[in-house]
Design a protein around this ligand. Structure first.
Ligand code: AMP
Length: 665
């Protein structure tokens, strides 16, 4: 069985954590960094690029580089706000009202789930490389305030990436797990989580390894991006007033403005003022135009006042729901990069008069919490218990369009709740169960999670038939609804899966496409790796030839030098051929020829009582390269032939290795 990891799938960055030797750690990606930008793009050759590679093409290829995807997941077009859709790439609604993202380079449209699944796949691949083991399941975090559809869509993304989701965990709960891990005291904790695109606040009681979530609230369309947009608008309006050009209409300019705004925002967390300079942002009849502006913290804060108000409300609702007074809170945990903004920190202090806890890294704490949850599931961590709540009320639409709540928000999960309903007309033979989520009294104003019909109700006067409707929420916060006619026992059950932007058929076709693509990609990659390694070996051999002609003179080791030269020619000949076997053979021959040349070096040294230090270093490094385990482990031609080579007398000659360090001492 493969391993299980925790994934913080952030709007801006994603992080993977795992339990190692009983402790949660963050895994670095293949680029060596601990956070991976949540960005997916397509190059002009339609190659997919993810993370840092995708970020690098943001400005030059804005139409094919997709960020902030989490704001679209599980949402319908009508639910998106202005800021979410003002991105430099094309977003549209398809016929059924689902969000689709267009890539001109591939000529295709994508659901956000599909693009996010590529990101998940990269995170998993990198983690598998680190762990040296396969990963088949994960705990994935989502904003606590994500509704049913957004959770389901996140699960679908993982499914598309070939990963089973063992648990959907709320981000602030994950942060609290990380904060409370190995703490024995009893605390009331407020987690304030403001990331790139979402905001959550959760109140928890943590006591000896038991994590009880009391209340949660938030805004899934509010985050650091909104603060960036304020600066973008300020810059764009000033430019418009001066030059009569709206830079927000030019994709490349908009992308540059956004990046500069984010940079200025981050700088203003530490400095009182900063400069924004964007040379050659556009041109007019007079030639190139530039932006050169000073912005100070006070101005930035005045631009963002309404965002502060939006942050205030969920905190107050969560406090009310928990029944706690602010002075009953022992600790405030700040999570998410945007909590570094000084005015956000000040706001928190005005709500709860405690100095926020600084002991957790806001960028990694959620992934650490996800890793802890994965440890609880795998049994690596014991004596921890997590009791979460459902963030939004769940109910159904009754006659007259009213919302009948079956499970109120902040009910501990898992939970099962049922109620009895009847028909509104005489001889009504079926009822429609329309499931909704939200806090509004009018059903139509709440999110529809799907509907189904229970038919076959025997004729009876209105109000007589009894239909029992039950809602079941599992530990992931995912809902199953059933309706039973109590007279006939007839039952209809549905899992709410309408949340995803993809239907089942689309999901299956994407999975099979991804599988065949994965094979194709693997093949392509192995061809590229093989070529690159051959080129590296040629470069090494040429270096060695230069050393040899310095050491022995042009004909000093003629047989060995000649053999290397010929072998290089062979490799060069096959490097662009499609025949991998020929290339492997020629590479192997070059390795052997190099080996021969190096033995000659060594023999020379043996006869020489005064070895040259410089040559020793050269031999040393070659020997290290050829015989280090890394060299062989990473060998793309790690096939039978090479293992023969490794185990053969060449390899065994390591015992009487003439380049053994001892020799040089
Ligand atoms: P997260 O989703 O937790 O990775 O947070 C990402 C968000 O945090 C982005 O909007 C960043 O611009 C923002 N951020 C990161 N560092 C800072 C900082 N020093 N000051 C203000 N915002 C920041």
């Amino acid at each position: 069985m493969g391993q299980i990891v925790g994934i913080d799938l952030g709007t801006t960055n994603s992080v993977v954590g795992v339990i190692e030797a009983g402790r949660p750690i963050v895994i670095a990606n293949s680029e060596g960094t601990r956070t991976t930008p949540s960005i997916v793009g397509f190059t002009k050759d339609s190659e997919i690029v993810i993370g840092d590679q995708a970020r690098r093409q943001l400005v030059l290829n804005p139409k094919n580089t997709f960020y902030n995807l989490k704001r679209f997941i599980g949402r319908e077009w009508d639910e998106l706000d202005e800021i979410s859709i003002s991105v430099p790439y094309n977003v549209k609604s398809n016929e059924s009202g689902s969000v689709r993202i267009l890539s001109p380079n591939t000529g295709r449209e994508y659901a956000s789930e599909e693009l996010i699944s590529s990101l998940i796949r990269k995170l998993i691949n990198d983690a598998e490389t680190y762990l040296g083991d396969t990963i088949d399941s994960a705990v994935i975090t989502v904003p606590a305030y994500f509704n049913e559809s957004q959770r389901q869509a996140t699960k679908d993304s993982a499914l598309l990436a070939g990963i089973k989701v063992d648990r959907i965990l709320n981000e602030p709960t994950a942060a609290a797990l990380a904060y409370g891990f190995e703490k024995s005291s009893s605390n009331n904790v407020l987690v304030f989580d403001l990331g790139g695109g979402t905001f959550d606040v959760s109140l928890l009681k943590i006591s000896n390894g038991v994590f009880d979530v009391k209340a949660t609230c938030g805004d899934t369309q509010l985050g650091g991006n909104n603060f960036d947009s304020k600066i973008v608008d300020w810059l764009a309006e000033r430019f418009l007033a001066e030059h009569k050009i709206d830079l927000r209409r030019d994709r490349q300019a908009l992308q540059r403005l956004t990046e500069a705004a984010e940079k200025a925002k981050c700088e203003l967390s530490g400095l009182q003022k900063t400069k924004i300079s964007l040379p050659f942002i556009t041109t007019n009849d007079d030639g190139p135009l530039h932006i050169e502006e000073d912005i100070n913290r006070k101005l930035f804060e005045s631009l963002c006042q309404d965002l502060l108000d939006r942050l205030l409300e969920p905190v107050q609702i969560a406090l009310d729901d928990s029944g706690w007074e602010p002075d009953e809170i022992d600790e405030v945990v700040l999570v998410g990069g945007s909590t570094r903004i000084p005015m956000v920190q000040q706001l928190v202090k005005t709500l709860v008069p405690n100095e926020p806890c600084q002991s957790v890294n806001p960028d990694e704490v959620v992934a650490i919490g996800a890793a802890i949850q994965s440890g609880i599931i795998s049994g690596d961590l014991r004596d921890l218990l997590l009791n979460d709540v459902t963030p939004l009320s769940l109910g159904l639409e009754t006659i007259g369009g009213l919302m009948k709540v079956l499970i109120p928000r902040n009910t501990p999960i898992p939970v099962r709740q049922s109620d009895v309903f009847s028909t509104s007309e005489s001889n009504q033979s079926s009822v429609v169960v329309q499931v909704r989520q939200g806090e509004r009294p009018l059903a139509a104003e709440n999110k529809s999670l799907g509907k189904f019909r229970l038919s076959g109700i025997p004729p009876a006067p209105r109000g007589i038939p009894q239909v029992q409707v039950a809602f079941d929420i599992d530990a992931n916060g995912l809902l199953e609804v059933s309706a039973t006619d109590k007279t006939t026992g007839r039952k209809q059950t549905v899992s709410i899966s309408g949340g995803s932007n993809l239907n089942e058929q689309e999901i299956n076709s994407i999975i099979s496409e991804a599988k065949s693509k994965a094979n194709e990609d693997r093949k392509k990659r192995s061809v590229i790796d093989r070529k690159n390694n051959a080129l590296t070996l040629i470069a090494q051999a040429e270096r060695r030839l230069r050393d040899a002609s310095l050491e022995f003179g042009p004909y000093g080791a003629e047989r060995q030098q000649r053999a290397v030269e010929l072998a290089i020619q062979d490799v060069e000949e096959f490097i662009d051929d499609d025949d991998p076997q020929e290339l492997e053979l020629s590479v192997s021959a070059l390795q052997e020829a190099l080996f021969g040349l190096n033995r000659r070096f060594a023999a020379e040294k043996k006869n020489d009582n005064n070895p040259f230090q410089g040559i020793k270093n050269t031999f040393g490094s070659l020997k290290d390269e050829l015989f280090s385990d890394d060299y062989w482990d990473e060998d793309p031609w790690d096939n039978e032939m090479n293992s023969n080579y490794r185990n053969s007398s060449y390899r065994n000659s390591r015992d009487d290795d003439p380049w053994d360090n001892d020799y040089f001492l």
